[in-house]
Write a protein that binds this ligand. Structure first.
Ligand code: HEM
Length: 260
């Protein structure tokens, strides 16, 4: 039997994974499930591509680094624009099945946390969403001990002949990234003399801005759908989400802007 489209993509399994829980079921629950599943698939691809970029940085493979950025940034645009689809769901339509979500929430998306950690976030509190015996708990914990994208990037700059403070090259990876004025001096130099590395910095800024854009669209979607109600995951909802909208991933790249 030759391989078919259905078999290769395991469509039978994939298309059986959408199971609305509401009676009826309510019209919009299918959309709600599909869109979250699609996001999770894209998160999976993002993790795959972030690994690719970090490997390319470690191997000083410039073409692959830029190629990886192009793909990641394209995916991010899709993630942001997908909010348009879910925003066609009215608050009344969401309320018709919201209680069937019980305590489940995007808050518990382990893959979203993986993306954040690979991009440098080091918030141990997110581990509380998982039991210590959960596979996700270990994956996220271990990932926080590893170099993030920024670590690979500054190592790459160093290999390219630029000064990077030793305490950054040998830092404790389980700690968050802090802005560093010595590194900023190097970055400013790069912006004035090395176009290819400056372009790489600009792709990192695109990525940072892209994630902030997703956070903004998500919080507005939350506001228009549930107002100031608490989240199903137990947070204050909109207020909690708003606090993270402008948190940069790569603070040095933002801070140098006033001095370029
Ligand atoms: C009507 C649609 C949505 C509503 C009302 C909503 C609501 C919320 C709320 C209230 C939170 C805060 C945590 C909590 O207490 O539950 C949250 C977090 C989150 N949601 Fe959504 N959400 C929606 C759609 C989505 C979609 C489509 C995704 C895509 C995967 C998503 C991913 C996330 C993530 C990753 C978080 C954690 C953010 C963080 O901690 O910084 N949400 N959501």
């Amino acid at each position: 039997m030759p391989l078919t489209y259905q078999k290769y993509l395991k469509l039978q399994q994939l298309l059986n994974l959408q199971e609305p829980r509401s009676d009826g079921p309510e019209q919009d629950e299918m959309l709600f499930i599909v869109i979250h599943q699609v996001y999770e698939l894209w998160f999976k691809q993002l993790i795959h591509e972030l690994n690719f970029i970090q490997k390319a940085m470690n191997e000083s493979h410039q073409a692959n680094i830029f190629h990886g950025f192009k793909r990641i940034l394209s995916i991010l645009k899709v993630l942001v624009s997908q909010t348009d689809i879910l925003e066609t769901m009215t608050p009344v339509a969401f309320n018709s099945f919201r209680d069937r979500l019980e305590t489940s929430s995007g808050f518990q998306s382990a893959q979203f946390r993986e993306v954040e950690i690979m991009l440098g976030k080091r918030n141990k509190a997110i581990l509380a969403q998982f039991k210590p015996s959960d596979k996700e708990h270990k994956t996220l914990f271990d990932l926080m001990e590893k170099p993030c994208l920024w670590d690979s990037f500054i190592k790459y700059l160093n290999v390219q002949g630029y000064d990077v403070p030793d305490n950054l090259l040998n830092r404790d990876y389980s700690e968050a990234i802090n802005p560093n004025s010595e590194l900023q001096t190097t970055l400013i130099k790069i912006y004035h003399e090395r176009t290819n590395l400056m372009e790489m910095c600009e792709r990192l800024i695109d990525l940072d801005e892209g994630l902030q854009e997703w956070r903004y669209r998500h919080v507005k979607m939350v506001e228009r759908t549930i107002g100031v109600k608490m989240g199903t995951g137990g947070s204050s909802g909109m207020e909690y989400l708003k606090a993270s909208v402008f948190q940069p991933l790569f603070p040095d790249l933002w801070e140098i802007r006033s001095n370029l």
